[in-house]
Design a protein around this ligand. Structure first.
Ligand code: NAD
Length: 307
């Protein structure tokens, strides 16, 4: 039997993620949306590219959930994206209802799936998916850190005029204004960033990373999708191929980093069982304070959830 991934939300992020999954032949994809015709039309268009792109994975678009049954991974991108001037948190009320509805509909056909949440505000939507699904924390986590660190890696590569492949960047915390990029754990070919760039240049990169989402929203009047789709597909790949890859993900903490009952961006080991381990690193007092602030902001949103 072929591996199946469901992507809910056939908008910018969802459709691009579906496209990348089938083009890489990672799995067949069920692409679901509430808008009639959109998942069907985008899927048909993608399949008509298959002979040229040379992939045999299938993408099936639908408004119903029958096609999703037996999925190993479910990626949730359904919901509204940001408009200029909006913070991710402004989306909480609308997207909470959407994510809860999606989880209720997808779970009966795929009770053992791993849920990867993309919808914003990310950390709060992970909590909605966890509460509604009743799944253990290993199986419900969110995509943000891979995107945030990819953005930081691009800014580092651009500043030093080196290959993106040589860069490694480290970002902790919530997916929002309290994100905590960590330059001392960011490297180029193993060399710590502070040995390569001035403090001012690093600070500019950190700020641009933190504001990376808003920079795109201001240009496009909607949120980014190419890099977000790449990021979530890297996570899907790590799970499906049991890669045990260390990636920054929004994970539900149970005592790690001195925090409990909160989703926060931390390095985790991603494999077939989902979050197989939360990797703890020693933080400076300033970094601890920044992470605590991030957790406080996430908890504030948990407080207004209705599920
Ligand atoms: N975590 C991240 O780093 C990150 C990055 C980018 C975008 N996002 C978030 O991802 C979400 C999607 O962004 P986008 O740019 O693809 O938006 P989009 O508007 O292009 O697509 C969203 C899709 O969800 C669909 N949808 C709405 N309600 C639904 C429901 N109940 N069931 C099924 N489908 C439903 C819409 O019809 C639409 O096609 C937004 O919340 C955005 O903020 C998160």
């Amino acid at each position: 039997m072929k591996t199946k991934v469901t992507v809910v939300g056939a908008g910018n992020v969802g459709a691009t993620a579906a496209q990348r999954i089938v083009e890489k032949e990672l799995a067949d994809v069920a692409l679901i949306d509430i808008v009639q015709g959109v998942p069907q039309g985008k899927s048909l268009d993608m399949m008509e590219s298959a002979p040229v792109e040379k992939f045999d994975s299938k993408v099936i678009g639908s408004n119903a959930y029958d096609a999703t049954a037996g999925s190993e991974v479910v990626v949730i991108t359904a919901g509204l994206p940001r408009k200029p001037g909006m913070s991710r948190d402004d989306l909480v009320a609308t997207n909470e209802g959407i994510v809860a509805d999606v989880v209720r509909k997808v779970m009966p056909g795929s009770p053992n799936a791993i849920l990867i949440v993309v919808s914003n505000p990310l950390d709060a939507m992970c909590e909605v998916a966890r509460r509604v699904s009743g799944l253990p924390r290993e199986r419900v986590f969110g995509m943000a850190g891979v995107l945030d660190s990819a953005r930081m890696r691009w800014f580092i590569a651009e500043a030093l005029d080196v290959s993106v492949e040589n860069t490694h960047a480290f970002v902790l915390g919530g997916h929002g204004d309290t994100m905590v990029p960590l330059p001392r754990f960011s490297t180029v070919a193993g060399i710590p960033l502070p040995q390569l760039l001035s403090a001012e240049k690093i600070e500019a990169i950190v700020k641009r990373t933190r504001d990376g989402g808003a920079e795109i929203v201001n240009l496009l009047k909607t949120s980014a999708w190419y890099a977000p789709a790449s990021a979530v597909v890297e996570m899907v790949d790590a799970v499906l191929r049991d890669k045990k890859k260390i990636l920054p993900c929004a994970a539900y903490l149970q005592g790690e980093y001195g925090m409990r009952d909160v989703y926060l961006g931390v390095p985790v080991k991603l494999g077939a069982r989902g979050v197989e381990q939360v990797i703890e690193i020693e933080l400076t007092p300033e970094e601890k304070t920044a992470l605590q602030k991030s957790a406080d902001a996430v908890r504030e949103l948990f407080g207004i959830l209705k599920v």
